[in-house]
Design a protein around this ligand. Structure first.
Ligand SMILES: *[C@@H]1O[C@H](CO)[C@@H](O)[C@H](O)[C@H]1NC(C)=O
Ligand SMILES: *[C@@H]1O[C@H](CO)[C@@H](O)[C@H](O)[C@H]1NC(C)=O
Ligand SMILES: *[C@@H]1O[C@H](CO)[C@@H](O)[C@H](O)[C@H]1NC(C)=O
Ligand SMILES: *[C@@H]1O[C@H](CO)[C@@H](O)[C@H](O)[C@H]1NC(C)=O
Length: 865
């Protein structure tokens, strides 16, 4: 047994090392250069990430220039995170080529950016074309419009890597399809980036003795994920301009494992044979593993699923860096790709004899599928049983999937099937209309057609599925979670924002402002609006500074937050935050209206919440007590806001300070989560803070956060559990004047729950109103939020579902008897996401609430179907 293990290690050591050294030796020393072109633009311009895009005309011959038209998009989709390069385009009516001077010996990235919109008289739904480089076909019969629609993204990026061409020019040819009448080609952005050789021969899965040379083929990047980490923008990737996306949308099933971040004190040390450009350190600093419970881990595979084009060969690159284990045989695992064993008994510490050593491993696999079958790639990890490792766990830090050209030099897959009409899904019987449309057999990954031509950074499964049901066309977004975001749907701009008290005639004006990017206020406007920061107008004081009640536009009441001059938050960070916040729009989040940065000020202007904080309506303020129904509504609203932060934004945003003073109420008693984003959690640039700085409020703090110094969205779930108990008990999270065992509400509530005396903590004001079953459901939900381990806590989505279920129990106790609770819970595992996201479109609130209720009752009441 022992011997056999050692032999195994050795084998792996040699495969890993031989491959890595090959990279090094074949690395060539050409100077790096790049062309970053905004097509159709006339001047250099800088995008939101700070990259400079130059005009493209230099790279077209004069005859080609005259064959093409430059144009500006008529409409800027609000989800475009940057108008550059997307708002300008070059349109080709006949075959035309760009010509770039290149180094013959260098490998290159090509990135093509498409924003299928309307340009002058050109509607991109009529655009079908191919893109070729010499004998290689990158795209064929390509419709950016269909693909963007299928992905529910406003724009798409295609990335290819070209082998050294041995010529000093690179021609990229755009050819409008000859099949469709009036077809044309268009392009918004082109990047050509010289790159070091990062590919080499790789093992064929299932054929240990066989390697496939990937050095002579063109490849298309299908997926590039920072596993367990966050979005890494192009600018942060060692000059190669790669984008790394969050992996969460690709995880299969409910077993998400846990994410972790390397401790700041641990140096991630690239070995001498692994150049840093293989992947940025942020990829290796974060990981996903299975979780602390070996019995649970033994029973599942940590699995990611990707939509691919069948009948192509793929290169799958896994990036590893174990920063948690210290000794050999602590974490040993197997790698499976498409149900085949790719590698067994991987022990990273044994391989590299140290913690925190980055490494990667390539596999090549040919993906087959019969027409009508799912075209999927499964990557699964499972703890190895053989070596009796100390922990039954796995780890993965990054994942890239490249499609390799076929024998004819083609890389193009078919266009996706257009989106099916909105249909309600059920777990037991997929609707026929979907079945005929390539629905996944697994039901929950119903987005199968979506990803096939996907490029990278796409939405998968349930999420895409939901979006298609919504059939919204305007929610595109470049996040890996794709375009189902309810941000800025165009209908919002006409909606009267109920959130702004004051003259409603002004409301739509502000909404319009908010519909673009963040509105800029002058310092004079702010000074005027707050009567020169009059102390009598202060409505709140926080770590960030003071919040004033102010007026803008001659009467609209707003909340104005002025950063303390001594606030540690730098201007750059402030701007990043504004960019982030101004893109978050949700009915249950306090909206940022604008900002002022004059004179080095850092001022944020928000919707004014007429009814103040949730806390002041629960205790101590002598306000009339809220009814139980009102309290439930508020909890549901807040849960929706948090669910959106966790799953709906470009980054997973952890609030970090969920408490009753951060849940605000507008004049219609709609709950809105406030104070998010500024807690340095959002974008990946703040990642390090996530593991180091303790922020949050005592009484609400996740105990696991203390133990592991690791923040996940489950920390918010914990705090929200405390909020739920605060709401039902009408007492503060901490009350030092009470007997010792009662000081902490969380501890006390759990104690009462264990002794079955929960009734005693219910606020006397509402005791008579609550229906027994509803109380039980509510308390059970709150208790599960307070689970000691994050992995045992429900997601915000399931908390939301449970609260809706409570409301149903409360408002309709004699209604049709709902399915047994457990059954309902299973149903929700399936539908939670659908339900809650469905709900959040943002437009037409009345009718929407109604339809949600309908969807809801369908789920809990099987007879209703
Ligand atoms: C535009 O940017 C490119 C690349 O940074 C630079 O070489 C060029 O001089 C700039 N052109 C103008 C007109 O600023
Ligand atoms: C994990 O995946 C492998 C390969 O697909 C499969 O053989 C194995 O049964 C799976 N294990 C579990 C626990 O699902
Ligand atoms: C893949 O190739 C096989 C064999 O040539 C063929 O039967 C099948 O239809 C192809 N699948 C797709 C999805 O094109
Ligand atoms: C990719 O295309 C080139 C040129 O047609 C060809 O030589 C090469 O074999 C192809 N690669 C694969 C893996 O088929």
């Amino acid at each position: 047994m022992k011997l056999c293990t050692c032999v195994n290690f050795l084998v792996i050591v040699t495969t890993f090392c031989s491959i890595l050294s090959k990279v090094n030796s074949s690395k060539n020393d050409t100077n790096s250069y790049s062309f970053v072109l905004a097509c159709g633009a006339t001047n250099n311009a800088t995008d939101a990430d700070g990259r400079i895009w130059s005009p493209d005309s230099t790279y077209l011959s004069s005859s080609s220039s005259s064959n093409s038209i430059t144009s500006k998009a008529k409409y800027q989709d609000p989800s475009l995170t940057s108008d550059i390069p997307y708002m300008t385009a070059r349109i080709f009516k006949t075959q035309t080529a760009y010509t770039f001077p290149i180094s013959p010996k260098s490998r290159h990235w090509i990135r093509l950016h498409f924003y299928p919109s309307s340009y002058d008289n050109f509607n991109c739904s009529n655009s079908f074309f191919s893109v070729t480089v010499g004998e290689f076909t990158l795209l064929n019969n390509f419709s950016a419009s269909i693909i963007a629609q299928a992905l529910t993204q406003a724009y798409i990026i295609r990335e290819f890597t070209l082998v050294p061409l041995q010529t000093s020019t690179l021609n990229i040819t755009f050819s409008p399809s000859s099949v469709y009448k009036d077809a044309f080609a268009f392009i918004n952005g082109v990047e050509i980036v010289s790159m070091p050789e990062i590919f080499q021969a790789a093992t064929m899965v299932g054929f240990t003795d066989q390697t496939t040379d990937t050095q002579d083929s063109f490849m298309q990047t299908m997926f590039r994920l920072n596993i367990g980490g966050q979005y890494i923008p192009a600018g942060n990737d060692s000059g190669l301009g790669r984008i790394w996306y969050d992996d969460a949308p690709y995880l299969f099933g409910a077993s998400f494992g846990i994410t972790s971040v390397a401790n700041n004190s641990l140096k991630i040390a690239y070995p001498s044979n692994l150049p840093e450009y293989i992947a940025p350190v942020d990829v290796y600093r974060t990981a996903r593993s299975m979780g602390p419970n070996p019995d649970v881990n033994r029973n599942y595979n940590l699995t990611w699923i990707f939509q691919i084009d069948a009948n192509f060969t793929y290169l799958v690159r896994l990036h590893f860096c174990d920063f948690e284990m210290k000794r050999m045989n602590q974490r040993v695992f197997n790698i499976y790709i498409n149900n085949q064993t790719a590698l067994e008994d991987v022990d990273l510490i044994a391989l590299y004899a140290a913690q925190g050593v980055p490494a990667y491993k390539d596999f090549v696999i040919y993906a087959t599928a019969q027409p009508g079958d799912d075209q999927e790639m499964w990557v699964a990890l499972h703890p190895s049983d053989k070596t009796r490792a100390q922990f039954y766990d796995v780890i993965l830090n990054g994942l890239e999937i490249f499609k390799i050209n076929d024998t004819t030099g083609n890389l193009a897959g078919p266009n996706p099937v257009p989106s099916p009409p909105p249909v309600l899904a059920t777990d037991s019987q997929p609707k026929p209309s979907f079945a005929s449309n390539k629905t996944s057999k697994k039901g929950i990954i119903a987005g199968s057609v979506v990803g096939m031509a996907a490029g990278f950074g796409i939405v998968l499964g349930v999420l895409a599925f939901v979006k298609r049901r919504k059939n919204m066309s305007n929610g595109g977004n470049k996040s890996s979670r794709g375009g189902w975001l309810p941000i800025y749907s165009s209908s919002r701009t006409t909606e009267t924002r109920t959130t702004i008290s004051g003259k409603s005639s002004r409301s739509s004006h502000i909404s319009n402002m908010g519909g673009g990017l963040c509105r800029r206020f002058s310092f004079d406007e702010i000074k005027h609006g707050t009567k020169n920061f009059d102390e009598s107008r202060v409505i709140g004081v926080g770590g960030f500074g003071k919040v004033y009640r102010g007026e803008i536009d001659g009467g609209t009441i707003v909340a104005i937050k002025r950063a303390n001059p001594s606030s540690e938050q730098g201007l750059h960070e402030f701007q990043t935050e504004i960019d982030l916040l101004s893109k978050l729009r949700h009915r249950h989040l306090v909206s940022l209206i604008g900002a002022c940065e004059d004179n080095g000020e850092m001022i944020l202007v928000y919707d004014y919440m007429a009814n103040g904080t949730l806390r002041e309506h629960l205790y101590k303020h002598n306000k009339p007590p809220l009814s139980w129904k009102q309290r439930l509504d508020i909890c549901i609203g807040a849960a929706r806001g948090l669910h959106y932060l966790h799953t709906g934004a470009r980054y997973t945003i952890i609030h970090r300070d969920v408490k009753t003073t951060n849940i605000l109420l507008d004049d219609k008693w709609v709950a809105k989560v406030s104070d998010f984003g500024l807690s340095k959690t959002g974008p990946n640039l703040h990642q390090t803070h996530v593991s180091t700085m303790i922020k949050g409020s005592f009484g609400y703090l996740d105990p696991e956060y203390f133990r592991r110094q690791q923040l996940t969205e489950k920390s918010d779930v914990y705090s929200f559990g405390v909020v739920l108990f605060e709401v039902i008990s009408g007492r503060p999270a901490l009350n030092p004047s009470l007997p010792k065992e009662q000081v902490s509400l969380a501890d006390w509530a759990l104690h009462c729950h264990r002794r079955n005396t929960t009734k005693e903590i219910v606020d006397p004001h509402i005791k008579g109103e609550i229906i027994q079953e509803c109380l039980k459901q509510f308390v059970d939900t709150a208790v599960s939020c307070l689970s000691d381990h994050g992995t045992d806590r429900p997601s915000m989505g399931s908390v939301l579902w449970n609260l809706e279920y409570c409301l149903q129990l409360q408002s309709n106790p004699d209604g049709p008897k709902v399915v047994a609770e457990q059954k309902a819970n299973d149903a929700y595992a399936m539908h939670t996401e659908l339900l809650s996201i469905e709900e959040e479109g943002g437009e037409g609130q009345e009718s929407e609430d109604h339809s949600t209720e309908a969807a809801f009752s369908q789920i809990v009441n099987p007879q209703g179907r």
